[in-house]
Write a protein that binds this ligand. Structure first.
Ligand code: ZN
Length: 137
């Protein structure tokens, strides 16, 4: 079996309010949020923190549609996804599919914080939403 996941790039956490959660995580992690970014086509506003070699991504819905709004309605706030760093997202999506996992994204797209991303279908990964990502080239 090929081993192409490099590290946990970030953990995504769904929150109702970035205004409330940013100071909370700044206090907890002892580091300042280094980037806030709106991703319109995913209906989210994101805030990033560095934690060692990884990151925490807070996600707030910017309207009453989209995946984060749905997630919070269903589950409440909490861990939304785990993102693994790979060297090539499209290649990794292809390999993952060949291994029998189901995909949400058949090809990569542009995500927050300068990343190229693609999601696996949580139905084939014990209900854990997994994102594959690489620095955009
Ligand atoms: Zn993410």
């Amino acid at each position: 079996m090929s081993n192409f996941m490099n590290k946990i790039e970030h953990i995504g956490i769904a929150v109702k309010s970035l205004d409330l959660s940013i100071p909370l995580f700044e206090k907890l992690l002892g580091s300042k949020c280094y980037k806030i970014e709106i991703i319109k086509d995913q209906h989210v506003k994101t805030a990033f923190f560095k934690i060692g070699d990884s990151k925490i991504e807070l996600l707030e819905s910017i309207n009453n549609q989209g995946p984060i709004e749905n997630f919070i309605t269903k589950n409440g706030e909490g861990i939304h996804h785990i993102a693994f760093q790979v060297s090539d997202v499209d290649e990794a999506l292809k390999q993952t599919k060949e291994l029998g996992f189901r995909l949400i994204d058949n090809t990569s797209r542009i995500g927050a914080d300068g990343l190229r991303i693609g999601f696996l279908n949580p139905r084939s990964t014990n209900s854990v939403l997994i994102e594959l990502c690489s620095n955009e080239k």
